[in-house]
Design a protein around this ligand. Structure first.
Ligand SMILES: Cc1cc2nc3c(=O)[nH]c(=O)nc-3n(C[C@H](O)[C@H](O)[C@H](O)COP(=O)(O)O)c2cc1C
Length: 421
């Protein structure tokens, strides 16, 4: 085991929320600080270490896709700022010798109220990444949401993982028959919940990611050269069978001449149903007999409307800052949404969760659980299923000690009055 100095480009990530930003504990950069960027997930102490490992492992174009937000990335920054703005108001002299960070989600126990968010193109990070995320989730006992744009057939992701709480995320594209076929398939595959994403019918403008391409799907020479300089990544992705990943769950709907990796992604993108509305959501509700969540809501009245049409829950989300730029963070609207729908309705929130403390803040403000997108992807890129397991363990440990430091012993004790701005 060796402590690895940060890879070039990650010493100064330029984020005010990074542990590498100047600290009051340093005098002009002394003592020096660094993140672990080696290969052993056991040595990652924080999610930020897994992030540094991922940065060393992935070529720039894949990182640009993983990390990037829309336009000026103000929404991306806002997600982190909204979490950072809340401060704990700890209770003193409370016996915290026995603590639990467990909860229940849709009537079933979860060791932590965390769900793996749906993310597309995971095959870009590692061949079989969808399965790795599912394995780590099943082992930890938390739900895994598989994206419409994932790279493994949902049946294959699930095979043999009897304990997996498998959620299926639906992008509404193409004619209604496509949605009907996907919903029926998810039901047949045993998925517990359907998560319908509503905030990506028009694709967000992620210009930092686009700069890696000469034209849609064609990498620049510079990006190709960068990829060639990442042999470990090449060995874990393109040099594996079947080489370039494919969108296994939707490829049957894509015409033969557009079935290439990027080409099929653009084909689907062009066919996203721009008319998606509450009526469509009602129709999907009627099709799907199990738990239904509406993802991508920020306005409290939309959360209330989702409850009215018979959804079982929502994911308050801005897609990790990748869609509408200059938007408020979902966390900022969470207390009002909770007030509107009352206690019984399930609200998940996501965007910027990188610490156990972030999870506790969201729970205190009224969420039943959070979703993690990038935090899980850093893990899978860093070290496959073991990296995701490590990410979940880090969050669990951080939640546990933060809860104790707050003077609380269970999540049920958390409420907005334990936070101040
Ligand atoms: C690389 C990447 C791909 C994503 N793909 C999808 C997707 O296919 N479907 C979806 O509903 N959301 C997608 N999202 C959004 C996530 O589900 C989630 O809302 C977001 O990542 C939460 O923010 P966080 O990354 O800061 O945790 C994606 C996010 C990332 C980072």
């Amino acid at each position: 085991m060796r402590a690895v100095a940060p890879a070039p480009g990650i010493e100064a990530p330029g984020s005010a929320f990074s542990p590498l930003a100047p600290s009051p504990a340093q005098l002009g950069g002394s003592p020096p600080r660094w993140l672990y960027a080696g290969r052993d997930p056991a040595r990652a102490i924080t999610i930020e270490d897994l992030r540094a490992m991922a940065h060393r492992f992935l070529p720039d174009f894949a990182l640009g896709y993983l990390e990037g937000g829309a336009e000026q990335e103000q929404t991306l920054a806002r997600n982190l700022a909204a979490l950072a703005a809340w401060r704990f108001l700890p209770r003193a002299l409370v016996d915290v010798s026995h603590r639990s960070v467990s909860s229940t989600l849709f009537g079933r126990p979860v060791p932590i109220p965390v769900v793996i968010a749906p993310t597309g193109l995971n095959g870009l990070f590692r061949a079989g990444a969808d399965r790795m995320l599912a394995e780590a989730s099943a082992a930890a006992g938390i739900p895994f949401t598989q994206s419409t744009m994932s790279n493994m057939a949902m049946e294959q992701v699930r095979a043999g993982l009897d304990d997996l709480r498998h959620w299926w995320q639906l992008y509404v594209f193409g004619p209604p028959e496509v949605q009907e076929a996907l919903v029926a398939r998810a039901e047949h595959a045993g998925c517990e919940a359907l998560v319908v994403t509503t905030d990506a019918q028009i694709f967000g403008d992620r210009s930092w990611s686009s700069h890696h391409f000469v034209s849609p799907g064609r990498l620049t020479w510079r990006s190709l050269g960068g990829a060639a300089l990442h042999p470990r990544w090449l060995a874990a992705t393109m040099l594996r069978r079947p080489g370039m990943p494919a969108f296994e769950n939707i490829i049957e709907f894509v015409p033969k001449e557009h079935q290439g990796f990027y080409d099929s992604a653009f084909w689907v993108r062009d066919r996203m149903d721009k008319a998606l509305d509450w009526e469509t959501m009602r129709r999907i509700r009627a099709l799907w007999p199990r738990r239904l969540l509406v993802k991508g809501l920020v306005r409290p009245e939309d959360v209330a409307r989702a409850a009215e049409i018979g959804a079982d829950g929502v994911v308050m989300s801005d897609h990790g800052g990748r869609q509408l730029d200059s938007a408020v963070a979902p966390l900022e609207m969470l207390p009002e949404a909770r007030r509107l729908v009352g206690k019984g309705f399930t609200i998940l929130v996501d965007g910027g969760i990188r610490r156990g403390a972030d999870v506790l803040k969201a729970i205190a403000l009224g969420a039943d659980a959070v979703q993690i997108g990038r935090a899980a992807l850093y893990g899978v890129a860093a070290a496959g299923a073991a990296g995701v397991t490590r990410a979940i363990a880090i969050l669990t440990e951080e939640m546990d000690h933060t809860l104790g430091l707050m003077g609380a012993t269970s999540l049920a004790e958390l409420s907005p009055d334990m936070l101040a701005r």
